[in-house]
Design a protein around this ligand. Structure first.
Ligand SMILES: *Cc1c(COP(=O)(O)O)cnc(C)c1O
Length: 291
């Protein structure tokens, strides 16, 4: 028997009229890039995580890349992350000019182990990049303690965890950067590619904001070499509509996961482990596949 992972057609039927009205409106105004909807989404995402700055970007990958670029790493600088994640986590570290260094994962949560971090931190380490895999956060207190002790920044890869919490801390809300993906199959998914960087420091936020438009604050004046990494209005419009349902949909996902977990109790199937303190968002497949 094959059970579908998620049914985006059914989800669309809930929001169809609203989405089509917004899409029509955007075509009427022909305002496609960096407009009011993008700003609105930046505010919602920042408020969700309780941080001051949100910067809408073109994908989760570019969110990670822009965060690493903001470290302005020198050759040989290191970022500690997990080997068990989607490819973009480590590739963004390399593309941003740093070297990924891996720490082992916990065999119950599949998340990187905070208690092993200090064994891989070196004088070249600049940042930690935890991944909140499958909708379950790493323990913010443990990661923050190591970062503080060694004077490191934290870049959260929260691509799979929008709305997840750990002891009340929201994913994307404790690091210097919180990076999100709005790829259509993520918990908050657009109608194409999109992403978000959250930041708490004004200067770091500024760096990401200018680097998403080729490193320039004023058009055609470029202070540094950035990328073309903007969020478009069609994505932002769809995401703003879906954002209103995020909490309900996340709860529903947890309720369904519980059904599977309860039903599979006493069978050889291994169901996802929810760490004490964590509100895990994900479903049964999560225990087996990484994306
Ligand atoms: C999806 C994902 C990304 C990349 O996001 P895109 O929007 O597809 O670029 C990065 N990290 C993790 C953990 C992901 O699941």
């Amino acid at each position: 028997m094959s059970v579908g992972m998620l049914n985006l057609q059914a989800q669309f039927r809930q929001i169809r009229e609203e989405v089509l009205a917004e899409v029509t409106q955007i075509f009427e105004t022909q305002s496609f890039i960096l407009g009011s909807r993008g700003k609105g989404l930046e505010e919602k995402m920042a408020a969700l995580a309780g941080v001051p700055y949100g910067i809408g970007v073109s994908s989760g990958t570019d969110a990670l890349l822009l965060a690493v670029m903001a470290l302005k790493p020198k050759a040989g600088d290191e970022v500690v992350t997990t080997p068990y994640t989607f490819f973009a986590t480590a590739s963004s570290i390399v593309r941003g000019g740093a070297k990924p260094v891996f720490v082992d994962v916990d065999e119950r949560t599949f998340n990187a182990r905070a208690d092993q971090l200090e064994s891989v931190v070196t004088p070249r380490t600049r940042a930690l990049m935890p991944v909140h895999l499958f909708g379950q956060m790493v323990d913010p207190a443990k990661w923050t303690a190591v970062a503080k002790k060694h004077n490191l920044l934290i870049i959260e890869d929260a691509a799979q965890a929008v709305g997840a919490t750990f002891n009340g801390v929201v994913a994307g809300g404790f690091g210097d950067f919180g990076c999100f993906s709005f790829y259509p199959t993520k918990n908050l998914g657009g109608a194409g590619d999109g992403g978000m960087v959250l930041a708490r420091d004004e200067n770091l936020a500024h760096d990401v904001r200018i680097n998403r438009v080729h490193g320039g604050k004023d058009r055609y004046y470029h202070d540094q070499i950035g990328i073309c990494g903007r969020l478009d209005e069609l994505q932002a419009a769809v995401l703003l509509i879906k954002f209103k349902h995020l909490e309900t949909w996340n709860k529903r996902r947890r309720a369904l996961a519980k059904l599977y977990n309860d039903g599979l109790t006493g069978t050889p199937a291994v169901t996802p482990f929810e760490e004490p303190g964590a509100v895990h968002l994900s479903s049964i497949r999560s225990a087996r596949a990484a994306s």
